[in-house]
Design a protein around this ligand. Sequence first.
Ligand code: SF4
Ligand code: ZN
Ligand code: ZN
Length: 327
Amino acid sequence: MKCKVCRGHAVVDIRRHNAAFCREHFLDHVRGQVARTIKEFRMFGPEDRLFIAASGGKDSLALWDILLDLGYDTTGFYLDLGIGGYSNRSKEAAIAFADERGAKLILRSLAAEHGYTVPELARLTGRVPCSGCGLNKRYEFNRAAIEEGFEVLVTGHNLDDEVATLFGNVLHWNTDMLGRQMPVLQERIFGSGGSAHVALVKKVKPLVRLAERETAAYALLKGIGYVVEECPMVEGNTQHRYKEAATLLEENSPGTKQQFYFGFLKRAQSNFSSSGDDGAEVVPCAQCGAPTVRWDVAAEPVCSFCKTKALAYRRRESAQRPARRER
Ligand code: SF4
Ligand code: ZN
Ligand code: ZN
């Protein structure tokens, strides 16, 4: 196997590109793919302050490393989900990465912000852990980015992640989600004039041209110490199953994932509206101010995050009540 660029010994092959690369040219290739994606989708410029959602895994740390190499102004953000040893080790990986590079890292935890961890939230609400986890991560990443004064939230979603999400959205015809499935989501401003404020920060995914295997190879070749183990709560995650199904198709026909995702962006995405199937209005949540879809004009609009948090608090309180009476 020879490098496509220098004909030297290749260490990584990419079947969908029918190409192999030596270490140096593979790292160049990865940086080139990310730079191309940032430019093509007008994600951000050198003047922007980037807020990197750093989970401690290979994708987010590889992305952070690439953006540092490309000279961007980055700050990492680690959200502790409270998933036992897995969260502790992820946090250590994010801290070690930032320390080694002298990069800035902001740490927050769900326990300190909201008084629960992901396993507790799942137990209290009776929902699968990934559902509450995803909701809380989206909410907290956005909230932290706005509070800390960043213009752009950058996440490490790779091609495999986007294909799995697209696969699920198509299988269930989640047309609203299809309308929002883009590598860039522009910021949303509420109010006007002096009362105008950012409700949703701009969100971008610069790794969408790279498969999971490639971000892992990049992290390995750069000596990035990431958390290799999977989250222990991943069992039952539907996204995970869609990923496996797409990988089966890719094995038999390299390039399938790329065609599916980029074909969707090019030829189908604009046919879907992001404002709700029935044109429901997006308004500020009456409790926290975050954007939410108003389905019922007669009811006070409350976002999913606030509803889930309230449910968890109610259940916790009612579980504690009999114990108090016994005292
Ligand atoms: Fe959260 Fe599920 Fe991912 Fe674990 S696997 S970090 S619970 S979304
Ligand atoms: Zn080479
Ligand atoms: Zn809310």
